[in-house]
Design a protein around this ligand. Structure first.
Ligand SMILES: Cc1cc2nc3c(=O)[nH]c(=O)nc-3n(C[C@H](O)[C@H](O)[C@H](O)COP(=O)(O)OP(=O)(O)OC[C@H]3O[C@@H](n4cnc5c(N)ncnc54)[C@H](O)[C@@H]3O)c2cc1C
Ligand SMILES: NC(=O)c1ccc[n+]([C@@H]2O[C@H](COP(=O)([O-])OP(=O)(O)OC[C@H]3O[C@@H](n4cnc5c(N)ncnc54)[C@H](O)[C@@H]3O)[C@@H](O)[C@H]2O)c1
Length: 469
């Protein structure tokens, strides 16, 4: 190919940097719309979610929940002998979900839609310009000009706290935790957020001795305190040791064992140490300064149409609106519409749903009570407990949970809710509609709720809410 031909090929309509759920969606949709699209990916097409995040972790959780259900058989349905085995958990993650961490299928999904895949680490080289670093010595860096613009979708990476001794130690992040071939005998989990509690519970159910260390006063601190308290009780009952309000002062690793020294001098030991202390976008190496943006920012600032600058869009974890696959895809769809010059609503996070897939699941939408109060709303709340509902009583073992409602009393609408329990993430849906559509509490109160469902707990909580009016 002549140099001139090479130059022509490298002028495209759109370059997407990062092909996780957000970037893959944008690149695929724009290619299907007929644009000349280059997608640049440094690791695996599909990103964190299918290979090291949502999908494998939920496969592990499904297995752990099966064990827990089987252990609930005595007293309710006869006898059951449970022998946990990690092999049928690890094997389908490797062979079926991730193709042994090979993205050929995902890459072909993109090229099948007409997109072009370029492997390597991309960065901005000015407005509408992207360079992709050489993958190996002897290979030249590649340059692209994007006529319509560039979409950034580079996700996030684990945030490792500056605990002395941690940096050099062979700790696990989510990646090692979901690709482990065996369950360790013991596991220290630093961080009691969603990754920490989901994976802690799974491993504990497979016989691992688990200790969770959380710096703040409660687990899942972003969610309602009543849910956190209930979860802590359940995890303790399942045999986990929980240290909340605990600061890690030092990490040591020797003789195949980790020692985590807490600020109060307590020493905790474990065969493995999982660091799950949050994830952060890494904007430093993206060349943002070449388009007048701050590479030291915590997240990429975007407007309601995902625009970061003229001809530059950002979607997914890197925008800081919530590190969830459904947020990445919501934002990706808005960016696609904007690139194509189509209308439609701006991004709307009022009814942002989130589910922590512990057993019981913690579903949540919109504002917590604390957030609503911080916004100066006149807040009214109410709570119903799953075991007190008909379905909860019928369910018996494993029926822990609650529904908590947060009402803006001045407007008579829900601004937030928490649905914890068996299928708490599914019960959430109706509450998400109520928050999104601002359905009056009076209307919700006079609906018919199927008997005996878990979601009837919402009606119990609504009735409690009205008694407080
Ligand atoms: C253990 C775990 C469990 C999770 N469970 C859930 C869940 O149940 N539900 C949920 O909604 N979310 C869950 N998440 C979060 C979810 O995985 C992320 O929100 C989602 O993957 C974000 O998508 P993204 O496209 O923004 O970024 P990512 O998935 O992070 O993808 C970004 C991509 O960009 C690439 N990249 C980065 N820099 C460059 C560069 N300079 N050049 C080229 N490529 C680059 C990366 O290699 C990566 O492939 C979980 C996360 C983890 C870690
Ligand atoms: N079910 C889901 O949707 C799901 C599951 C897993 C992850 N995720 C996404 O991935 C993101 C990252 O997950 P995560 O659990 O790492 O982050 P997180 O922000 O949810 O939780 C991190 C926890 O670590 C604690 N922490 C921070 N520094 C600490 C320290 N030095 N010592 C002890 N504790 C410390 C924090 O107080 C917090 O509770 C989440 O925010 C979420 O958006 C979603």
């Amino acid at each position: 190919m002549s140099n001139r031909a090479a130059e022509e090929v490298d002028v495209v309509d759109v370059v997407v940097i990062g092909l996780g759920p957000g970037g893959e969606y944008v690149a695929g949709r724009l290619a299907e719309a007929g644009l000349a699209v280059v997608g640049v990916e440094a690791e695996l097409v599909g990103g964190e979610c299918p290979y090291w995040g949502c999908v494998p972790s939920k496969m592990m959780i499904r297995a752990g929940n099966l064990l827990a259900e089987a252990r609930r058989v005595p007293g309710m349905a006869g006898a059951a002998r449970v022998e946990p085995d990690w092999t049928p958990v690890a094997a389908p993650i490797r062979d079926e979900a991730t193709d042994d961490w090979d993205d050929r299928v995902a890459a072909e999904r993109l090229t099948g839609k007409g997109g072009r895949l370029v492997r390597g680490r991309g960065r901005l080289a000015g407005p509408g310009r992207v360079s992709v670093a050489a993958q190996s010595a002897g290979e030249a860096a590649r340059e692209f000009t994007a006529r319509r613009g560039v979409v950034l979708a580079t996700g996030s990476r684990p945030q490792i706290p500056p605990v002395p001794g941690l940096a050099g130690a062979p700790y696990w992040t989510n990646r090692e935790a979901v690709s482990a071939k065996e369950a360790p005998a013991s596991l220290l989990v630093l961080g009691g957020g969603s990754i920490g509690v989901e994976l802690a519970q799974v491993y504990a159910r497979f016989g691992t001795r688990v200790t969770v260390v959380e710096a703040l006063e409660r687990l899942v601190p972003a969610e309602e305190p009543e849910a956190a308290e209930l979860l802590a009780g359940i995890l303790r009952k399942e045999g986990m040791e929980l240290r909340t309000g605990a600061r890690a002062a030092e990490v040591r690793h020797d003789g195949g064992e980790f020692t985590l020294v807490l600020a109060d001098g307590t020493r905790l030991t474990g065969e493995r140490l999982l660091v799950a202390t949050g994830r952060r976008p890494d904007l430093g190496e993206l060349g943002l300064e070449t388009v007048g943006l701050d590479p030291a920012a915590r997240a990429l600032p975007v407007d309601g149409r995902m625009r970061a600058a003229p001809g530059l869009w950002g979607v997914g974890d890197m925008t800081g609106h919530g590190a969830f696959t459904h947020v990445a895809i919501h934002e990706a769809e808005i960016a696609v519409r904007d690139v194509l010059g189509r209308g439609g609503p701006d991004a709307d996070y009022r009814a942002l749903p989130r589910v922590t897939f512990t057993d019981p699941e913690i579903g949540a939408v919109g504002l917590t009570e604390e957030q609503a109060r911080e916004r100066g709303l006149r807040v009214r709340t109410a709570l119903s407990r799953v075991p007190s509902s008909s379905r909860g009583w019928i369910h018996k073992a494993g029926n822990e949970g609650l529904v908590k409602l947060v009402e803006d009393a001045d407007r008579g609408v829900l601004v937030g809710a928490c649905s914890m329990g068996p299928m708490g993430g599914e019960v959430l849906y109706g509450l998400a509609v109520a928050v999104q559509a601002e359905v009056p509490v009076e209307t919700l109160l006079h609906m018919i709720y199927a008997y005996p469902t878990f979601h009837r707990g919402v009606q119990d909580a609504l009735m409690a809410l009205r008694q407080r009016a």
